[in-house]
Design a protein around this ligand. Structure first.
Ligand code: HEM
Length: 519
């Protein structure tokens, strides 16, 4: 039985109803059977007729996450137990209840850890994304202090601007002058890999160029992400056996992570050599030329905790945290804007008024320039609400507990917090919750509305909330402005779009578009 077959022949036991509801999802018919009823997956079903048509090819992206959302809502609940068939021993407590999420991630934070989920993400080692207790606290404090520094913001912004001008726009120009179709997700993935490597290692792998080269380290990194997710969907004994036999996805994972480890350790070795050769003195408060790895090495010199393994785990986590998330956010934003011409028109109007008419260049915006882009900010929040790049958060309970919803949690219960589903709750976002409406984020006075992080969960909430949130908004606004001001994007008719099995909401076949330069 393949991984996919195991995933789709699960059965659900909904705690509230007490009944066992078998379901299957057939890839061929694209239909879900729930309690004997056939129900077609259509993201756009609550939208108007024109939008339904446009959304049709996108519904696969929502397959797993939408299924869970629908199953919960069908029972008018926000928390339910999902069980696999007896032989799988799969048993997860799903919740999309914002009060439960706030409770788990903030109020009773110490009772919920990554626990056994850490095994699924073992490639992250003890990096901040997977670390617990003291190791996590140490990483969090260290990275938090680095991320706050002005020099860090200056350095990352300088790289961003340079990469937009010398790579992103020239590649898009090249593609559009030849009338070629291009996979926008691939372009963004290459861009964010080069950008992330540049500010983390001070090294640019140059995976984004008009030749679209296959860069081995970029491929290895992508492969690790793709193969990790399947572990959540199959019994532990199943993937453990495959890991021991080194077959299938486990073989791919082992090969990719070995290759990527070699890349990381090589970067660390070279950075140490570079620093000692030039006896580089870095003033991390002011030096805008300093990459994150050099800063970490210098800042923690003499600290035994900061050995090569720590540097490997930390840099891997940062790459994983920043690369695909920004890619997904940008890809979904472009897709939504391309399919909502009225939103596109308002975005262009805002850029004209706030940027062009003030004598600024939309292709080379500074950090301060994007502050007035309120409508684009709203559009980004809206894309992140509907398509949170990290759709699930994984937790395991230490002790027995009762959630605010009244649901019982036994010791060791595995919990899946569906950020995807929170973004689609009618109770929180209103009847039009499935519509793409940047306006919902803007107050009557033209400011961005403040939504509590346990309702807008995209960046998580509580002590482990995303460290890159502010940085992400700056990157997304600068990139979206540069791309949308210069090009009109048209999604290729009939291109199949559905999710890759990955911890982030990437599209399996990317987003094929045609672009035309604006006059
Ligand atoms: C749209 C972009 C982004 C989204 C949606 C996002 C979302 C998230 C989420 C949901 C978490 C919690 C993960 C968990 O608890 O398992 C997280 C954690 C984190 N993010 Fe982001 N992220 C984004 C961009 C970035 C960027 C650009 C960086 C910087 C490199 C970054 C750095 C981190 C770090 C270091 C953590 C770990 C925090 C901790 O465990 O204490 N993120 N992010």
């Amino acid at each position: 039985m393949t991984t996919h077959q195991i995933m789709v022949v699960l059965s659900i036991k909904l705690r509230n109803s007490g009944t066992s509801i078998p379901f299957s999802v057939s890839r061929k018919t694209r239909k879900m059977e729930l309690a004997g009823q056939e129900d077609e997956f259509e993201y756009g079903e609550v939208q108007n007729a024109v939008q339904v048509k446009k959304f049709r090819n996108f519904h696969f992206l929502l397959e797993i996450h939408d299924f869970v959302h629908r199953a919960l809502r069908a029972q008018a609940t926000t928390t339910a137990n999902f069980r696999g068939p007896w032989f799988t021993s799969l048993n997860y407590l799903f919740t999309c209840n914002p009060i439960n999420i706030q409770y788990i991630l903030t109020k009773n934070f110490s009772n919920y850890e990554k626990g056994e989920f850490r095994q699924n993400f073992q490639v992250l080692g003890d990096g901040i994304l997977a670390a617990e207790s003291e190791t996590w606290k140490y990483s969090r404090t260290l990275l938090h202090s680095l991320f706050k520094k002005k020099s860090f913001e200056l350095f990352s912004h300088k790289i961003l601007q340079n990469k937009i001008l010398t790579c992103l726009l020239p590649v898009l120009d090249y593609v559009q002058t030849r009338g070629m179709e291009v996979d926008l997700q691939d372009v963004f993935q290459r861009f964010t890999f080069d950008y992330s490597c540049s500010f983390i290692f001070g090294y640019d792998p140059q995976s984004l160029s008009i030749h679209f080269p296959e860069v081995a380290c970029a491929k290895a990194f992508t492969d690790t992400g793709e193969t990790i997710m399947y572990r959540h969907a199959v019994p532990k004994s199943f993937w453990k056996l495959r890991e021991r036999l080194q077959i299938g996805a486990e073989k791919k994972l082992a090969t990719a992570s070995k290759f990527f480890d070699e890349f990381l350790y090589e970067r660390i070795k070279l950075k140490r050599e570079e620093l000692s050769k030039f006896n580089k003195n870095i003033n991390i408060e002011t030096d805008a030329q300093t990459d994150l790895l050099a800063t970490l090495i210098k800042e923690e010199e003499g600290n035994e905790q900061v050995d090569d393994k720590f540097l490997r785990d930390t840099t891997f986590s940062l790459l994983a945290a920043g690369r695909e998330t920004i890619t997904v956010a940008l890809t979904c934003l472009c897709w939504l804007v391309a399919t909502h011409p009225s939103v596109e028109a308002k975005i262009l109007q805002e850029i004209k008024e706030q940027i062009v008419e003030k004598g600024l260049n939309p292709s080379t915006l500074g950090v301060k320039d994007v502050k007035n882009l309120v409508y684009i900010h709203g559009a980004i929040c809206e894309a992140l609400r509907l398509f949170p790049p990290v759709p699930l958060n994984f937790k395991q309970a230490i002790k027995a507990d009762i959630l605010p919803s009244g649901d019982e949690v036994k010791p060791n219960t595995m919990l899946l917090l569906s950020f995807y589903s929170v973004g689609r709750l009618e109770e929180v976002w209103g009847e039009d919750c499935l519509e793409f409406k940047p306006e919902r984020w803007i107050s009557d006075t033209g400011c961005i509305l403040n939504v509590p992080s346990y309702e807008f969960t995209c960046f998580s909430t509580g002590p482990r909330t995303c460290l890159g949130k502010n940085m992400s908004f700056i990157i997304l606004k600068i990139m979206a402005t540069a791309v949308m001001w210069n090009y009109h994007i048209q999604v290729v008719e009939g291109h199949p779009v559905y999710p890759a099995i990955a911890p982030v909401l990437l599209m399996k076949h990317g987003l094929k578009v045609k672009i035309t330069k604006r006059g």
